[in-house]
Design a protein around this ligand. Structure first.
Ligand code: ADP
Ligand code: NA
Length: 330
């Protein structure tokens, strides 16, 4: 496969992905399959860094994989797998941890933020070394490109530093990964608090649209989204964050430009837009929900898909790890 290789992971830390995850990341995962050699990973090792329930994690990992299949990740074209099925992730993370400076790791702002929230005694060492594990995820597959949002930029920078450092000290082994900025993503905000992002951890229950929501419920959440004062339907994130967010969602899902939508809704009220968008969202999520359920209803089939993915991933990862072990003197 001569196409550039891309690696991306997502944590199984919620019962469903939400529209922000989809429009901000997962939709571009689907599209990258046309241009890249893609490895997509449900990163369950990352998901135990901040406390978890084993039964819940096991279920969420399966639901996450089923949703990725349901949105169009094609296991024939891409390598779709679960991180814990490939032991080399943890093994390489150890080696990389040994070339990461304590001070360097301490500068990671995401850890500082999360540790500040959890308290220094509760925040785990796993949370601290999370970016090192992320570097291992990427470097194991010699990925050339990694799609990253703003929140992961510093972590990708660490991955690049570690790759370069290892190559310098032990001989050329890793590809230094580049950030890939997909052009087809949108940042989605909370429906009830449109100045903050739609997020599983911080949004109010009615502030988010989950892909696995009952479609009627999603439509209702859209209809009850907070909008701004005034009545004009125009895209103006600064002064009209609520209506702008709805226009972004509408544009992304319907494939129409914001300008086209503004024109169509000229002279209409917010209620018309919300009613229509509610329908667009429900029509979009309903088949995803059904397909996800179909994968979950066939546990042996899902296991098989993930086993094949893990086998493909292991072949690549083990080759890299063998070389790493050799170079470090094991
Ligand atoms: P959450 O913020 O709900 O915890 P994650 O941090 O697990 O979501 O993010 C998973 C992926 O989805 C990341 O690539 C992230 O950038 C993207 N993402 C999350 N929320 C949004 C959003 N509101 N708008 C756009 N992209 C988002
Ligand atoms: Na997050």
């Amino acid at each position: 496969d001569a196409r550039p290789r891309v690696f991306s992971g997502i944590q199984p830390t919620a019962d469903s992905f939400h529209l922000g995850n989809y429009l901000g990341a997962l939709r571009s995962w689907v599209r990258m399959q046309d241009t890249h050699d893609c490895l997509y990973c449900v990163v369950d090792l990352h998901a135990i860094t901040a406390g978890h329930e084993p039964k819940v994690l096991r279920q969420r990992t399966r639901v996450a994989a089923a949703q990725l299949l349901a949105i169009g990740i094609d296991p024939e074209r891409s390598t779709l797998f679960v991180q814990s099925h490939v032991p080399a992730h943890a093994e390489l993370a150890w080696v990389l941890g040994c070339i990461t400076g304590f001070g360097e790791a301490s500068r990671m702002t995401q850890f500082k933020d999360k540790a500040a929230r959890q308290g220094a005694e509760r925040a785990s060492v796993g949370l601290f070394t999370y970016p090192v594990l992320m570097a291992a995820d990427i470097l194991l597959y010699r990925a050339a490109a990694v799609p990253v949002g703003e929140d992961q930029r510093q972590h990708l920078e660490l991955s690049r530093d570690l790759a370069q450092r290892f190559n310098r000290d032990f001989g050329k082994t890793f590809v230094v990964p580049e950030a890939y900025i997909p052009t087809d993503t949108a940042k989605i905000t909370d429906l009830q608090d449109p100045t903050s992002k739609m997020s599983k951890s911080s949004s109010t229950p009615n502030g988010i649209v989950e892909l696995l929501d009952e479609p009627n419920r999603s439509a209702k959440r859209i209809r009850s989204a907070v909008t701004d004062t005034g009545r004009e339907i125009v895209y103006d994130p600064e002064h009209k964050p609520g209506i702008s967010n709805l226009l972004s969602i509408y544009s992304a899902l319907a494939g129409e430009s914001v300008a086209e939508l503004e024109q169509r809704y000229e002279g209409h009220g917010y209620g018309d837009l919300k009613k229509d968008l509610g329908q667009v969202v429900a029509d979009f999520t309903a088949p995803i929900r059904e397909r996800t359920q179909a994968y979950l209803d066939d546990p042996a089939g899902l296991d098989k898909i993930l086993a094949v993915g893990a086998e493909k991933a292991r072949a690549l990862a083990d080759a890299t790890l063998r070389q790493v072990y050799d170079r470090v003197g094991f």
